[in-house]
Design a binder for this molecule. Structure first.
Ligand SMILES: Cc1cc2nc3c(=O)[nH]c(=O)nc-3n(C[C@H](O)[C@H](O)[C@H](O)COP(=O)(O)O)c2cc1C
Ligand code: SF4
Ligand code: SF4
Ligand code: FES
Length: 594
C-alpha cells in the first residue's frame, strides 16, 4: 500500500518515559478519527539521538522535526501536517531563533556520521521487514554465499574495526584466534552489560536496531565455526530485552537464525542471558562465569576467552556497538568502513553525551573529531553561560580532560596519551559548579561498591582512596595524602587482577594531575571553590540583594530560613543541611556560597 506520509515517533527509553507511547497511540487514534489512516504510516522507532529535545516526532517526506511533543499535540499534527499539508510551526525545532527543522541543518546532527545508529530513529525495530528494506541481512547473505571464513576475516581486518567495549582490541584478530582453534564446540557472546555510569549507547542500539546485532553474531558464528551464541544483557533494560526477543523470533521465522540458515548447512542460534546489574559482570571472564551460573568474578588471563571461554570452549566475545558495525562492513566491504576515522582508529564512535551540556543525547561521530567539536558544535556548549571545566571520558576507567585538551582528536590512542581513555562511550561534561574532588569521589564510591572483592589491591585500594578523598572533601586532608594516593593508585594499576581495579585509580590520578591546585585549596584553605563539598561550604543571604520574596524559605527542606515578606531573610546556620536548594531557587543572586 503506497502511503503519502510517514510519521516517525521516537520509541527510545528517554522518549518513552516522557509519554512517547501515549503520543504514538494518540497519533494512531487521530489518524483514525480524521479519516487519514490509509494515507500514512505511523512508526514507533528507536532513539533519534537528540534526547534533550524529546519526545521527538518526525513527518516524512516533509522532514518536519517536531520536538518536546505531548500526546495532545497529535490532533494538530494530523489535522495540519497530514490533512492540510502545513507543518505545525510551534512544534518545529528552532535553533538560534530559526526554524531549522531538517536534520542536515540542525547543528546537533551536522558533524555526526551514523553507521552503528544507521537504522535508529528510522525503522520500526520490531519489524524485520523494515530492517531488510534498509539492506538488513545482506551482510549475512554475503557471508554465507560469497565469502569463506578467511575472506570474512580479511574484510574485518581491512576495516580496521577495534572493539568498542573499552580496550579497543582489533576485532578481526580476536575472531582469527577462535577460528584457528579446533574444537567440538565454539560460542559467540554479546556483551550488553553496559555498567558505566552515564552510558546508554548499547541499550539504545539494541532498542533501536536489534537485528543488526543478531545478524553480526550470526556472521561471527559462520566465520569462527560456532553454532551457539548468547546475549548477556542487564535485566534493567526491559525494552531492549523485549525488542531482542521479538527480533530473534522474527529471524527464526525467516530462516535467518536456527537450523540450516537460508537453506545452507550452517546452523546458529542465540539465547538471552540476563545479568543482575553488577559492573564487574561486564568484564569478559566474569561475564562468562555469570552465564555459566557461577558468581560473576574475573579470572586471570591468559587463557583468553578466544581460546578458552564459555564452558571452557573457544568463544568470541564482543560489545554491542562492535557487532552493530559488522553487517555493513561485510556488505559494503572493509575498505568502505576504513575511509571513516583515523589511521589507527577506524570508523565512528557512539557517545552518550551528558552532564552540563545544552544538547545532551546520543551521538555518533567519526573517530578523530575533536572534543571541542563535540562539546561546542554538537553539544551546543555549556548551559546558563557557565564556563566549561572538563569532560570525563571512559567512565570509572577513564579520566578528566580539561580545556587544554579540547583540540585533542578523539580516538583510542590519543585519549590514552592524554591520560584518559575511550572506554565504552560515556562522556560527562562538567562546568565551573563541579568540584573535581567530588567527581573523583563519585567514581571511587562507585568502584568501592562494584569491586567484586576477589583481590586485595582493588578491594582495599578503592576503599582507602575513597577514604582519603572523603577526608580532603571535609577539609581534613594533608599534603602527604597526594603522594599516598599516587603511590596507591600505581600499585593498584599493577597488582589488580582485572580492569576494574587496574583502572579505578584513573579518575583520581587524572584529577590530581589536572586539578592539583583545586585539591590543594581543599587541604590548605579548607575551601571548595565549586561549593560542592558540604563540610566546607556555608550558605548565607545578602541583605542588600534579598527582596524578601520568600521563595528560598519555601524551598528549604528543613525550614531553617526565616524572614517576613519583603524583608531580608536569614539562614539559621545550626540547622542548615547545605542542600543548596535556596541557592538554586533565588532569582536575585541573594543567596551566597562561601
Ligand atoms: C570492570 C569491567 C567492566 C566492563 N564492562 C563492559 C561492558 O559493560 N560492556 C562491554 O562491552 N565491555 C565491558 N568491559 C570490557 C570487556 O571485558 C571486553 O573487553 C569487551 O566485551 C570485549 O569486546 P570488544 O572487543 O568488542 O570491545 C568491561 C571490562 C571491565 C574490566
Ligand atoms: S580487580 Fe577488583 S573487581 Fe577485579 S577481580 Fe580484583 S577485586 Fe574483583
Ligand atoms: S542550603 Fe538547604 S538547608 Fe541550608 S538554608 Fe539553603 S535550603 Fe535550607
Ligand atoms: S529516546 Fe527519543 S531521542 Fe533519544
Amino acid at each position: 500500500m503506497a502511503v503519502k506520509n510517514y510519521v516517525l515517533v521516537c520509541g527510545g527509553s528517554a522518549c518513552e518515559s516522557a509519554k512517547g507511547n501515549d503520543i504514538y497511540k494518540s497519533l494512531l487514534h487521530q489518524a483514525e478519527v480524521q479519516g487519514v489512516s490509509n494515507d500514512l504510516q505511523i512508526v514507533k522507532t528507536g532513539c533519534f539521538g537528540f534526547c534533550e529535545k524529546g519526545p521527538i516526532v518526525k513527518v516524512l517526506p516533509d522532514e518536519a522535526f517536531y520536538v518536546e511533543v505531548k500526546p495532545d499535540d497529535a490532533e494538530e499534527i494530523i489535522s495540519e501536517n497530514i490533512v492540510k499539508g502545513r507543518m505545525v510551526d510551534r512544534l518545529l525545532y528552532k535553533e538560534e531563533g530559526k526554524k531549522d527543522f531538517k536534520p542536515e541543518n540542525i547543528k546537533f546532527y551536522q558533524k555526526q556520521e551514523r553507521i552503528v545508529l544507521r537504522n535508529c530513529g528510522l525503522i520500526d525495530p520490531e519489524s524485520i521487514d523494515e530492517y531488510i528494506a534498509r539492506d538488513g541481512y545482506m551482510g549475512l547473505e554475503k557471508a554465507l554465499f560469497e565469502l569463506t571464513p578467511e575472506q570474512i576475516l580479511d574484510e574485518l581486518n581491512k576495516s580496521g574495526l577495534r572493539g568498542r567495549g573499552g580496550a579497543g582490541f582489533p576485532t578481526g584478530l580476536k575472531w582469527s584466534f577462535t577460528q584457528r582453534i579446533e574444537s567440538d564446540q565454539k560460542y559467540v557472546v554479546c556483551n550488553a552489560d553496559e555498567g558505566d555510569p552515564g552510558a546508554y549507547m548499547d541499550r539504545a542500539t539494541l532498542e533501536g536496531d536489534p537485528h543488526s546485532v543478531i545478524e553480526a553474531m550470526t556472521i561471527a558464528g559462520k566465520c569462527v565455526g560456532a553454532d551457539k551464541g548468547a546475549i548477556y544483557i542487564r535485566a534493567e533494560y526491559p525494552l531492549a530485552i523485549k525488542r531482542l526477543e521479538i527480533a530473534m523470533d522474527q529471524a527464526r521465522e525467516r530462516g535467518l537464525l536456527g537450523d540450516n540458515i537460508l537453506g545452507t548447512d550452517f546452523s546458529f542460534d542465540l539465547e538471552i542471558r540476563l545479568g543482575a546489574g553488577a559492573f564487574v559482570c561486564g568484564e569478559e571472564t566474569a561475564l562468562l562465569a555469570s552465564i555459566e551460573g557461577k558468581r560473576g568474578m574475573p579470572i586471570p588471563k591468559p587463557p583468553f576467552p578466544a581460546a578458552k571461554g564459555l564452558f571452557g570452549k573457544p568463544t568470541v566475545i564482543n560489545n554491542v556497538e562492535t557487532y552493530a558495525n559488522i553487517p555493513v562492513i561485510i556488505s559494503k566491504g572493509g575498505d568502505w568502513f576504513a575511509q571513516f576515522g583515523t589511521e589507527k582508529s577506524k570508523g565512528t564512535k557512539v557517545f552518550a553525551l551528558t552532564g552540563k551540556i545544552k544538547n545532551s543525547g546520543l551521538i555518533e561521530v567519526p573517530m578523530g573529531i575533536t572534543l571541542r567539536e563535540i562539546v561546542f558544535d554538537i553539544g551546543g556548549g555549556i548551559p546558563g553561560g557557565k564556563k566549561f571545566k572538563a569532560v570525563q571520558t571512559g567512565g570509572p576507567s577513564g579520566g578528566v580532560l580539561t580545556e587544554d585538551f579540547l583540540d585533542t582528536p578523539i580516538d583510542f590512542d590519543s585519549l590514552i596519551s592524554v591520560g584518559s581513555m575511550m572506554g565504552s562511550g560515556g562522556m560527562i561534561v562538567m562546568d565551573e559548579d563541579d568540584c573535581m574532588v567530588d567527581v573523583a569521589k563519585f567514581y571511587l564510591d562507585f568502584c568501592v561498591e562494584e569491586s567484586c572483592g576477589k583481590c586485595a589491591p582493588c578491594r582495599i585500594g578503592t576503599k582507602k582512596l575513597y577514604e582519603i578523598l572523603d577526608k580532603i572533601s571535609k577539609g581534613k586532608g594533608d599534603i602527604e595524602d597526594l603522594q599516598k594516593m599516587k603511590d596507591m593508585g600505581q600499585a593498584m594499576k599493577k597488582a589488580s587482577l582485572c580492569g576494574l581495579g587496574q583502572t579505578a585509580p584513573n579518575p583520581v590520578l587524572s584529577v590530581l594531575n589536572a586539578f592539583e591546585d583545586e585539591v590543594l585549596e581543599h587541604i590548605h584553605n579548607g575551601k571548595c571553590r565549586a561549593g560542592k563539598c558540604k563540610d566546607l561550604v556555608q550558605y548565607s543571604i545578602d541583605e542588600s540583594k534579598c527582596i524578601g520574596c520568600t521563595v528560598c524559605a519555601r524551598k528549604c527542606p528543613v525550614n531553617c530560613i526565616t524572614g517576613d515578606r519583603k524583608v531580608a531573610h536569614v539562614i539559621d546556620q545550626s540547622r542548615c543541611v547545605k542542600c543548596g536548594a535556596c541557592y538554586d531557587s533565588c532569582k536575585f543572586g541573594a543567596v551566597l556560597v562561601s
